[in-house]
Design a protein around this ligand. Structure first.
Ligand code: 5GP
Length: 174
């Protein structure tokens, strides 16, 4: 464990929950092909584990996003920094997000992807901070609900650090 980091969710707890989410998604789509959209950067580790827990014919696409804001708060103005490499009009789409905080980013993404005319759009998020919700957003598959704390690890960064931690941690003040 990295000094100054306290585990909020351990690697074992994540692994168990990812298996459960994968089983639920597998059951719900019942053999139908699924297009997983991994929202970069924070979701890359979660998406990598999740796709290995889903037993369906899968495609994977990557969507790069950047929120404009002061670094702490999302403004809801989202810039797409890397777009999908293909149309999604014939697809059942599953957006894979790391964390839903205010909900502004996800609301924007669901809206933008829905405009491209997919068969369906659902959302799988690893973490949700309901205390900070500004825009209510439907999360079809949710890993964990957490308190209003800034978390790192398992893909999530703080100024580009800590993405490689195997669990979700809280940075303790020095
Ligand atoms: P929202 O638009 O829901 O407020 O913000 C979502 C994005 O803000 C997430 O995809 C993530 O990039 C960032 N974010 C929100 N809360 C946290 C947090 O606790 N830790 C980290 N590392 N990023 C966060």
């Amino acid at each position: 464990m990295e000094p100054g980091i306290r585990w909020l969710i351990t690697p074992d707890q994540i692994a168990t929950r990812v298996r459960e989410l994968g089983a639920a998604i597998t059951a719900d789509y019942a053999g139908k092909p699924l297009l997983v959209i991994c929202v970069l950067k924070g979701s890359f580790i979660f998406a990598a584990d999740l796709v290995r827990a889903i037993d369906l014919p899968l495609g994977v696409e990557f969507l790069g996003t950047q929120s404009y804001g002061d670094g702490q708060k999302s403004t809801g103005v989202v810039r797409i920094t890397l777009d999908l490499a293909r149309p999604i009009s014939d697809c059942d789409v599953l957006i894979v997000e790391d964390i839903v905080d205010t909900g502004l980013t996800l609301t924007y993404l669901v809206d933008q992807l829905t405009r491209r005319g997919p068969k369906s759009v659902k959302v799988c998020a690893l973490l949700h901070k309901p205390a900070r919700s500004v825009e209510p957003v439907a999360i079809d598959y949710l890993g964990f609900t957490i308190d209003d704390v800034f978390v790192v690890g398992y893909g999530l960064d703080w100024a580009q650090r800590y993405r490689g931690l195997p669990g979700i941690g809280v940075v303790e003040q020095a």
